[in-house]
Write a protein that binds this ligand. Structure first.
Ligand code: GLV
Length: 336
């Protein structure tokens, strides 16, 4: 008998179809958002699940779904998964690194540029029919080329953004990260490691790409914003909650920094009304990885992880991007 799995959100139907070769698939083509009781109910009897950032898998869900063996997240960020709780129960977790790096970096750069050059603010003005004459200071913004790009979080995506800045736009790249990059990587990127206060002080354009955790909650709040130049911009493509949205809205309102570009929000899909009320912020609905090729690659990688984790396919027992590979040696015989 084939194992049963759940695909929690609507995704490319042709790719979901491929999973039927290995599994009894319960999918969600209507894209209902499953609240916690519904998720638990749909996971009954399921050996695996493909989640997105919208589903939280924690000890309560795991204890209510004892047959669950694999949780494969269609995202590189996995703050929606309690990995230690999964590990303790022998449940394999995976995410989708690498396949979205360049696409996400493209978007981060685009958002930073839109922010620096006030593109959406200018477009709204034009659409409102307010463009009646030229003015020397109409939507005057900040240069990106040769400016100082400050990257907070220098993982794969941070490095891809640094490359764009350095080699595409001749920017000075500085970065701060929990651990410093090896010297040859720093040299290749032309990136200078600095402490956080220096990063904030020197940034013309700050781009945030750190993973969300208890440690990074409100990593940028009122105190940090106060250290930035009034001409600086801030772009967040990482996770809501890393930036204190209320503090940011007040810094923007009072022009203590020039502008912000946000793809992620605390408590999304709700957006704090203070942010909606300020003009100098570009707001997008968490779409940094949203290209056809990349979203297909993310689902394919999540599927490959699930197939292998549940002991199927040519790579049975060897999921490509596990988060807790230590679980594999403990999985039930027959599953790996
Ligand atoms: C998107 O936010 C991801 O983590 O992949």
């Amino acid at each position: 008998m084939k194992p049963s799995i759940l695909v929690a959100r609507a995704v490319f139907p042709d790719l979901v179809e491929r999973l039927r070769a290995w599994f009894e698939v319960d999918d969600n083509p209507e894209d209902h958002i499953l609240d916690r009781p519904q998720l638990i109910q749909r996971l009954q009897g399921k050996a695996g699940v493909i989640t997105t950032g919208s589903e939280r898998i924690d000890a309560q869900v795991l204890d209510a779904c004892p047959e669950l063996r694999a949780v494969c997240n269609m995202a590189v960020g996995y703050n929606n998964l309690d990995v230690p709780a999964c590990t303790a129960r022998g449940v394999l977790c995976s995410n989708t690194p690498d396949v979205l790096t360049e696409t996400t970096a493209d978007f981060g750069f685009a958002l930073m540029m839109a922010t620096a050059r006030r593109i959406t603010e200018a477009e709204h003005f034009l659409r409102r029919g307010e463009w009646t004459r030229w003015a020397y200071d109409m939507f005057i913004g900040a240069d990106v080329h040769r400016a100082t790009l400050a990257v907070l979080g220098m993982g794969r995506i941070g490095q891809a953004i640094a490359r764009r800045g350095r080699f595409g736009f001749g920017m000075q790249v500085i970065y701060h990260n929990r651990s410093r990059l090896p010297a040859d990587t720093e040299a290749e990127l032309g990136a200078r490691y600095v402490d956080k206060p220096t990063l904030l002080r020197e940034a013309d354009h700050l781009v945030i790409v750190v993973p969300y955790s208890a440690e990074s909650h409100h990593l940028i709040g009122a105190q940090e914003l106060a250290q930035m130049k009034p001409t600086a911009t801030l772009t967040n493509i990482a996770r809501g909650g890393i930036v204190d949205d209320v503090a940011l809205a007040s810094a923007l309102r009072e022009r203590r920094i020039a502008a912000a570009g946000l793809d992620v929000f605390e408590g999304e899909p709700r957006v704090h009304p203070d942010l909606l009320a300020v003009p100098n912020v570009v707001l997008t609905p968490h779409i940094a990885s949203a290209t056809v090729a990349t979203r297909r690659a993310m689902f394919t990688l999540a599927s490959d992880n699930l197939v292998a984790a549940l002991g199927c396919g040519p790579d049975a027992g060897r999921p490509p991007t596990p988060l807790n590979p230590e679980v594999l040696s403990r999985m039930r015989p027959g599953l790996t």
